[in-house]
Write a protein that binds this ligand. Sequence first.
Ligand SMILES: [Zn+2]
Length: 250
Amino acid sequence: MKGKIRHSWLTELLFEHEVLTAGQDAYRRPGGEITPATQQYDRAELLGSYQSSEPPRTFAAYRIILSQLFDAKRQRLFDLLAAEPVMRSATTEWSPRSSVTNANIARVLVPFVVKALEQSYEFNAPPVEFAPAAGFLGTYDSRHHKITLSPQLFGSSCKEFLDTLIHEEIHALQGELLALLNVQRRGRILTPVERAIAQYWKNEEPKYRSALAAGSQMSPDTKRRYLLIGQEFHAWTTGHFVASKLTGRS
Ligand SMILES: [Zn+2]
């Protein structure tokens, strides 16, 4: 979920697994023990050759494994989209002053982005509809396997539009991997590293659910904490990476 979130009391709920030293990867696990990052590194985690299906034990280790698993796919997504003539004209013609033009561009663009996501991440990327999304710029509905993007995005930059679309699609990818933790579907079995990542997400779900429940006006501090949620970190960094490279903006 991405965009404006409305109630600041949620800040508390969001971080029921209290972050002790922000950015230093020490946090209180659900069980209560405090795990300073420096004592928890596994050599394989640091070397980027993680093969275990055990979830990473720190946020730093999580980031390393996430890179190992998804950086090449993210790059491939960018390469596919950058090579798409429709994408090039869309980024040129998008105008913050013309929502109508942007709405048309967006509708043309979405199928290409969905297809490129399917090719690069090898998952069943959900279709997208445009409708007011309960105060959010975008939402992913796992039950109906669809993404809803707010028409508000037509008044925004092309970067923000692409960023939000990719962000929500990454949540759909996460949902698919999470579902595969328990079920064997169509013969697809998680690799050990995918299992490790998905289990990390699963372990975080209690606080992630709180984050989904509502939210707050995201202050920089709240956003920083929000990004410490594994799934949000993954969705935000992927959306930002691909969208800013495509539009030449950061
Ligand atoms: Zn999100």
